[in-house]
Design a protein around this ligand. Structure first.
Ligand code: ADP
Ligand code: MG
Ligand code: MG
Length: 889
C-alpha cells in the first residue's frame, strides 16, 4: 500500500485518502497554481498507526523518499545549517474538525540552522521570530506544554520593551525569547526542545495521528455523526514566509460573500505576519481590497486565481494565502462554509452563471437549511445587548421571563406569562417546565445533552452549554459576564439558531421565507428580496425533480388550507380524535358508558352530524386532492375524566351524602377501561371491533360528507384509514361493515362514491404479514412513530426524557430514532412490507405519516424504498418537498 502522495499525485476527489486539505492542495498544484511543494501522508497510514500503536515500517521509508525528493526540488535539505529547508506539518481529515492537532510551522529550525536562515534571508529578526514560533507551536501542540506560558513570556518581553505588537520586537529580544521558550519546554515537557530536524518532523507527524483520538476530537465526531474510523491525513508542506517584512504577509479570502453570496472582494490581509496571525487577531488586519494598494501584482494574481478556483470548483471557495517578498503562494482552499440564506442564493447565482445545472443546485442546499430559514428570527435592526453565547441546540427565537425551576415555569405560563426556563442542565424532572417554556437555556452540556435532545424533540427553541453564565438555581438568578445579575422575572431573549443570549426583549420578525410560502410575499415583487426569489426557484427545481408526493398531517380546514399554500398535495393523515374533544367529549363519554342499545344509538346519532360537518369543511379545503382520514385511534379512556379527580369527587359526594350515581357509574367505567399500558391496549382497530357502531358512524360521516360535496359540484377524494391493524382479519371485518355503510349512503343519496379503504402499518406484525394485509387494503400508510415504538419496544414519551441522553452520549444512537428513521431496523421492515404489499397488489398506494415524513434523511430513505408519498406537519412541507427533490437527483 502506498502511504505517501506528493502534492502532484493527488486530486480533490481523494478526500478519503488525503483528507480535505491534502486533496485540495494537490488539486491546486495540478491546476498550476503556486502551491509550495510538499506531500501528504494518507489516512490509511494513520489507521495502521492507530490500530497497532506503531507507524507502519514502510511509512518511514516512504517519508524519507518523499522528503529527499522535496529537498532535491527545493535545492536544500531539511534543517540544513547554512540554508535550511523548513516545512509545516498540518493535520487534515476528510472533515475539518476542532480538536485535531494545530499546524506546526517552521519545522527544521534549530540553534544552528536559525543562523543559516538569518543569513539566507538577510534578516536576523525574521529568523529568530520564526524560531520562537516553532518552539512555541511545537511545545504546545506536540509536547503538550500549556500555551499560556509562552504567551505570558511573549507579553513580558513586549512589556519590557514597552511595545504592544510583536513586530516591534527586535532580533535580540527574540533571541532572548527563544532561550526563555526553550527553558519552558525543558521544565514543562521534561525534555529539551529537539534539535534534530527529522525528529521534529516525525514527532509532529505522530502527534497529528494521536490527536485523532483526543477527547475533544472524539466528542466532536460523536456530535456531528462523523465515523470514528476515518483517520486523519498529515500534510508536510515546504514553508513560505509572510513574516519577511512589509512586502510579505498572509491572508484569507472568499471567492464570494459567504453571508449574501454576492461576488466581490471578501477577506482579510495582514502584513508581515505568519500563519494564524490573521485569525488570531493579534494585530489589526486590513480588508482584502487594500491589498491592491499594497501589492498590485499579487492582488491581481490572487483575483485571477480566485476566478480560476470558482470556475473549477463551481462553488464558493475560501482560501488561505501568503505573500513572501512579493511572491504569492496558495496554502489552502476548500469549498467554503456559508449561511443558510447564502446557500440558496449562491446555488441560484451559479445556475444563472451557467456553472451548474438545476440538479447540481439542489445538491448545494439542504432541508435543514430551509428549515432554519423558516424560523422567526430576531430583528437584525434591533439594538441588542448580547451577554453570552452557547450552543445552538434547537432553532428559533424565544423571548420570555427568566425562571429557574420547572414549577415556576408551569405556574407562570398558566397565568399567561411567557417564560424561558434557565437551568444549569435539565433532567427528566424538568419536562413540565420545558413544555411550558418558550425556550430553554442551560449553562452546561452539548448538542446531545438532555435539554438539547428533548427540546429538539418538542421543536422548542434551546440554547445549551452557555458556559459564561453562572446559573444559581437556589437563589433563582444567573450572573452574566461582566457581573450583571438576571433575577427571576427579568426578560431575556435566546436565539436557538445562533446560540446567542440577550438581555431584555429583542423584537421578533417573521421569516420572509414563511411569508412567501403563506403567499404574503411574492417573488419578483418589489418587496421580495433575493432570498425569497432564490428559495422560490429552488422549490421549483425540487418540484420538477421529485417523484415522492408530499402530503400534510392536518385535522381541520385551517391547517389544510395552510398546508395547500405550502405545497401539500393532499392530506396523508387526518386524526379524528381531535374532533372528539371539547364540547363533544361528553357525547363520547355517553357513548362509552351506554348500557343499552338505545343510549348508544342516541350518542352516535348526535355525533354523526358534527363529524360529518368536520369532513365537509376538510374536503372543501382540499378539493380535488386526496384526504386520508384515520378512524379513531387512541385508547378510549383518554376521553374520560381523570381517575384520581373523579375518585375525589365521588368520595366527597359520598361524605356529603349528595347524590352521585352518575359519578359512580363513570368511575366504574374509568376503572374498567383503565390500562397499565394504554399504548398497547384497547385502541385503534380494536376499538372499532368492540365498540359497536363507532367506526360505522365515522364511515357514514365520511361518505355523507363526500356525497354532500359532490352535490355541491366539489371533488372530494376521501380515503379511509384503519389504525393499528395487526392481522388481515381485523381489516376484513371493518372493511365489510364499511362497504355496507358506503353502499347505503350511495343508495340514499343517489351518488356514486369512490372511497378507498386502507390501513396503517405501525405494528411489527402488520409489517411482517403485509402481503396478506394488502389483500384487504387499497393503501398502506406507514405509521413510523408507533412502528419505531413497537419495534424498539420503548415508549417515546418515557424514553426521550429518561435515557436517550445516555444513549446518545455513549454513541448507541447518532440521533434519536424518532427524529430520523432507523434504517437498519424500522426501515428494513418498511422496505420489506412495501415489497410484500406490492407483490400482492401492484397498484397499492404507499405513504408514510409520522414525524419522519418531514425529516430530511428519512425522506431520502422513503424515496429509495419506493413509497409514493410522505406526509408531515404543514410547516415541514417545504422541507419535505425540497428533500424529495434532492433525493431524486
Ligand atoms: P488550519 O487547518 O487550522 O487552517 P493550516 O494547516 O491551514 O491549519 O495552517 C494554519 C496556518 O498556517 C494557516 O494560516 C496556513 O496558511 C499557515 N501555513 C501552513 N503551512 C504553511 C507553509 N508551508 N508556509 C506558510 N504558512 C503555512
Ligand atoms: Mg488553514
Ligand atoms: Mg399510530
Amino acid at each position: 500500500m502506498k502511504f505517501v502522495y506528493d502534492f502532484t499525485e493527488g486530486n480533490k476527489d481523494l478526500k478519503d485518502l488525503l483528507g480535505g486539505k491534502g486533496a485540495n492542495l494537490a488539486e491546486m498544484t495540478n491546476l498550476g497554481l503556486p502551491v509550495p511543494p510538499g506531500f501528504t501522508i494518507t489516512t490509511e497510514a494513520c489507521k495502521v498507526y492507530l490500530a497497532s500503536g506503531e507507524e507502519p515500517p514502510a511509512l518511514r521509508d516512504e517519508v524519507s523518499a518523499h522528503l529527499a525528493a522535496l529537498e532535491q526540488k527545493m535545492g536544500k535539505k531539511l534543517g540544513q545549517p547554512d540554508n535550511p529547508l523548513l516545512v509545516s506539518v498540518r493535520s487534515g481529515a476528510k472533515f475539518s474538525m476542532p480538536g485535531m492537532m494545530d499546524t506546526v510551522l517552521n519545522i527544521g529550525l534549530s540553534d544552528e540552522s536559525v543562523q543559516g536562515l538569518a543569513q539566507q534571508a538577510g534578516d536576523e529578526r525574521f529568523a529568530w521570530d520564526s524560531y520562537r514560533r516553532l518552539i512555541q507551536m511545537f511545545g504546545k501542540t506536540v509536547l503538550g506544554v500549556d500555551g499560556d506560558l509562552f504567551e505570558e513570556a511573549l507579553d513580558k518581553a513586549k512589556a519590557a520593551k514597552k511595545v504592544t505588537v510583536d513586530t516591534d520586537l527586535e532580533a535580540a529580544d527574540l533571541k532572548k525569547l527563544v532561550t526563555t521558550f526553550k527553558k519552558i519546554v525543558k521544565k514543562e515537557a521534561g525534555r529539551e526542545f529537539p534539535q534534530d530536524p527529522r525528529e521534529q518532523m516525525d514527532l509532529a507527524i505522530k502527534a497529528v495521528f494521536d490527536s485523532w483520538n483526543g477527547e475533544r476530537a472524539k466528542l466532536y465526531r460523536r456530535q456531528e455523526r462523523i465515523p470514528h474510523d476515518l483517520g486523519t491525513a498529515v500534510n508536510v508542506c515546504s514553508m513560505v514566509f509572510g513574516n519577511l517584512g512589509p512586502d510579505s504577509g498572509t491572508g484569507v479570502a472568499f471567492t464570494r460573500d459567504p453571508a449574501s453570496g454576492h461576488q466581490g472582494v471578501y477577506g482579510d490581509y495582514l502584513q508581515n505576519a505568519q500563519g494564524e496571525d490573521v485569525v488570531a487577531g493579534i494585530r489589526n488586519t486590513v480588508p482584502l481590497a487594500e491589498l491592491e494598494k499594497i501589492d498590485k501584482k499579487s492582488y491581481d494574481q490572487l483575483m485571477q486565481i480566485m476566478e480560476t478556483l470558482e470556475n473549477h470548483y463551481k462553488d464558493l471557495c475560501d482560501i488561505e494565502f501568503t505573500i513572501e517578498r512579493g511572491q504569492l503562494w496558495m496554502l489552502q482552499t476548500r469549498v467554503g462554509k456559508r449561511t443558510a440564506g447564502a446557500a440558496f442564493r449562491i446555488a441560484t447565482q451559479l445556475v444563472d452563471q451557467g456553472l451548474i445545472d438545476e440538479t447540481e443546485a439542489l445538491q448545494r442546499v439542504t432541508g435543514a437549511q430551509l428549515a432554519q430559514l423558516m424560523f422567526p428570527r430576531f430583528d437584525e435592526q434591533a439594538k441588542v445587548e448580547q451577554v453570552a453565547r452557547g450552543i445552538a441546540a434547537s432553532p428559533g427565537a424565544a423571548v420570555g421571563k427568566a425562571v429557574f425551576d420547572s414549577y415556576t415555569a408551569v405556574k407562570w405560563s398558566r397565568s399567561g406569562e411567557k417564560v424561558i426556563l434557565v437551568r444549569r442542565e435539565t433532567n427528566p424532572d424538568d419536562l413540565d417546565g420545558m413544555i411550558a417554556a418558550e425556550g430553554i437555556l442551560t449553562s452546561r452540556g452539548g448538542k446531545t445533552s438532555h435539554a438539547a435532545v428533548v427540546a429538539r424533540g418538542m421543536g422548542k427553541t434551546c440554547v445549551c452549554g452557555a458556559e459564561e453564565l453562572e446559573v444559581d438555581t437556589k437563589r433563582r438568578r444567573m450572573t452574566v459576564p461582566g457581573g450583571h445579575v438576571v433575577e427571576e422575572g427579568d426578560v431575556i431573549s435566546i436565539d436557538g439558531s445562533t446560540g446567542k443570549v440577550y438581555l431584555g426583549e429583542v423584537p421578533v420578525v417573521p421569516s420572509p421565507v414563511v411569508e412567501y410560502f403563506e403567499g404574503r410575499m411574492h417573488p419578483g415583487a418589489d418587496d421580495a428580496d433575493e432570498l425569497v426569489e432564490a428559495v422560490h426557484r429552488m422549490m421549483a427545481f425540487a418540484d420538477r425533480k421529485r417523484r415522492l408526493r408530499v402530503r400534510a398531517n392536518a385535522d381541520n380546514a385551517e391547517d389544510a388550507l395552510r398546508a395547500r399554500r405550502f405545497g401539500a398535495q393532499g392530506i396523508g393523515l387526518c386524526r379524528t380524535e381531535h374532533m372528539f374533544l371539547g364540547d363533544r367529549r361528553e357525547l363520547v363519554e355517553r357513548l362509552i358508558l351506554a348500557d343499552t342499545e338505545e343510549e348508544r344509538e342516541a350518542s352516535l346519532k348526535a355525533l354523526l352530524p358534527l363529524q360529518k360537518q368536520d369532513f365537509v369543511e376538510l374536503f372543501e379545503a382540499m378539493d380535488g386532492l386526496p384526504v386520508t382520514i384515520r378512524l379513531l385511534d387512541p385508547p378510549l379512556h383518554e376521553f374520560l375524566p381523570d381517575i384520581t379527580e373523579l375518585s375525589v369527587r365521588v368520595a366527597l359526594a359520598e361524605a356529603r351524602q349528595e347524590p352521585h350515581e352518575n359519578e359512580l357509574r363513570l368511575l366504574q367505567a374509568v376503572h374498567r377501561l383503565h390500562e397499565q399500558n394504554p399504548m398497547l391496549g384497547l385502541r385503534g382497530v380494536r376499538l372499532g371491533l368492540v365498540v359497536p357502531g363507532l367506526f360505522t358512524m365515522q364511515v357514514r360521516a365520511i361518505a355523507e360528507a363526500a356525497a354532500e360535496r359532490k352535490a355541491a359540484k366539489g371533488d372530494p377524494r376521501a380515503e379511509i384509514m384503519i389504525p393499528l391493524v395487526g392481522t388481515v382479519q381485523e381489516l376484513e371485518i371493518v372493511r365489510e361493515e364499511a362497504d355496507q355503510v358506503i353502499a347505503e349512503v350511495q343508495a340514499a343519496t343517489g351518488t356514486q362514491l369512490k372511497l378507498a379503504i386502507g390501513t396503517m402499518i405501525e405494528l411489527p406484525r402488520a409489517a411482517l404479514t403485509a402481503g396478506q394485509i394488502a389483500e384487504a387494503a387499497e393503501f398502506f400508510s406507514f405509521g413510523t412513530n408507533d412502528l419505531t415504538q413497537t419495534v424498539w419496544g420503548f415508549s417515546r414519551d418515557d424514553v426521550e426524557a429518561s435515557f436517550f441522553t445516555a444513549y446518545l452520549e455513549k454513541g448507541i444512537f447518532g440521533v434519536s430514532p424518532f427524529e430520523t428513521i432507523d434504517k437498519d431496523g424500522v426501515g428494513s421492515l418498511v422496505k420489506a412490507a412495501a415489497q410484500a404489499g406490492r407483490a400482492t397488489r401492484p397498484d397499492l398506494k404507499l405513504g408514510v405519516c409520522g414525524e419522519h415524513g418531514g425529516d430530511p434523511e428519512s425522506v431520502h430513505f422513503f424515496h429509495e424504498v419506493g413509497l409514493d408519498y410522505v406526509s408531515c406537519s404543514p410547516f415541514r412541507i417545504p422541507v419535505a418537498r425540497l428533500e424529495a427533490g434532492r433525493a431524486a437527483c
